[in-house]
Design a protein around this ligand. Sequence first.
Ligand code: AHR
Length: 548
Amino acid sequence: MDRRDFLRTTMLAGAAMTLAPRATSAADARVDVLLDEPIARIDPNVYGHFVEHLGGVVYDGIWVGEGSRIPNTGGIRQAIVDHMRRLPKGVLRWPGGCFADSYDWRDGVGPRESRPRRTNFWSDEMPARPDGPWKYDPNHFGTNEFVRFARLCGGEPYLAANLRSLPARDFYQWVEYANSPAGSTTLAELRARGGSPEPLGVRFWGVGNETWGCGGNLTADEYAVEYRKFTAWLPKYGVPLSFIGSGPNGNDLSWTRRFFTTLTAKGEGALNSIWGWALHHYTWNASRGATTDWDKGKGDALAYTTDEWYELLHQASLMETLITGHWAVMGEIDRRHRVKIVVDEWGTWHKPGTEIHPSHHLGQQSTIRDALVAGLTLDTFHRHADKVAMANIAQLVNCLQSLFLTDGDRFLVTPTYHVFALYAPHAGGEAVRTQIGAPDVGYQRVNDRGEVAGLSGSTSVRDRTVTLTLVNPHATDATDATITLRGGRAASARAVTLAASDIHAHNTFDRPAAVAPSAESAVQVGSGGTFTHRLPASSVTRLTVALG
Ligand code: AHR
């Protein structure tokens, strides 16, 4: 059954149902969970994060210093660690981003007081911002501190190596620094002097970042040659090193095709040296088709029209075709699909002006709209659990689509954090196919009409518990969804929702719980195991269904 046929059947079925009176107008939708159609296990690493030395991410955000009056563990902000421990244990990527290709890891090791101060990669973009560690990096947060932070959060570190301005030697010596046994090498002793005698056991390594741009301005062919050189030999120390190649900018399929062609020019064995292929996709263009200009196309994080609300959700939904498009091209060369997709930068990117503190370059507020982008994107990753092995939302704190905002001792969680918490039971579950039928929502673009899917979501199963997450993008209308499990029977169900009556709703230091999930409540399940649940307008909902 194709999507249109399914929709037609859905609407007929919906018309025959008796529903409670509607508080607002509500469209009907049908959700069929196909328990017998598994996709793959959802890797918890799709719940990964990104930490770059950019604006307020490290200094102010994560690193407050050991002497700070802000509660901390060894200089690391305690509130972030505490909240991260409630989320899936995904990887954390560091130190960039574009910063990575200007970074010498040697600057951030050894005794903290003797580390050099360096001009930050982003400082030229910050002339109007105050001077501070975000412009002149004191390197107090280096490799040991980052790995400690990742482990405190319960996640694994993912280090991005500098391919633009350091040779391959520095890469393999960074691996030696991180992973060589205690006391074995001079670099292991240096690591110990910085407080970590035991190996850091770093498995994930990025080989450059955005090498088509800030990471060297290379062609895909040039990068493939560099990639082969950088990964030709690295010391393993028993750690299964997993290298991640710097993939395309959005839908640049030719970057993927050229890279894999040149990578394998000397034989398919080269595919053994690449574990993941990094794709970057930001949701930024709110102009509704008016422009593709990177600066002009961005909209405000807080002030937007309903049409701009839909446009941004539409932009987020493009992740689906990016994944399937690049996957198909990768398969032309990597026929057995050994290499997986790593979306190591994703999220919303709005224009400047809503940052919490003037030092927070690329900082922005985060509303219920950003939360829906997170829900749509995570659902997309689940639906492609066979392809996407890791993803990293950009960035963890005080930058782009953050989970946390801080200003000195003030701290809040954004609506996006709540989506990560809501979706947590998916991590490690088996994704199964879900068929959704709901009328698309239309909206006005500058020169044409746009559409977003009227309902989207994903399902996973673990230990006879089904987790179904659904995003209702409608700005004003609730949706009554009739949910049927095919291949199993629902015995009982519970629901929890993140919603807001105002599409601009967000959390502030004064109102930190303005957007927060509802209390979880029971959902009535009919004797046939099918049930109907009302999804409020502009909401993200998790349904937890026990199988009978
Ligand atoms: O996340 C901000 C920047 O966006 C990163 O440094 C870069 O990789 C991307 O262009």
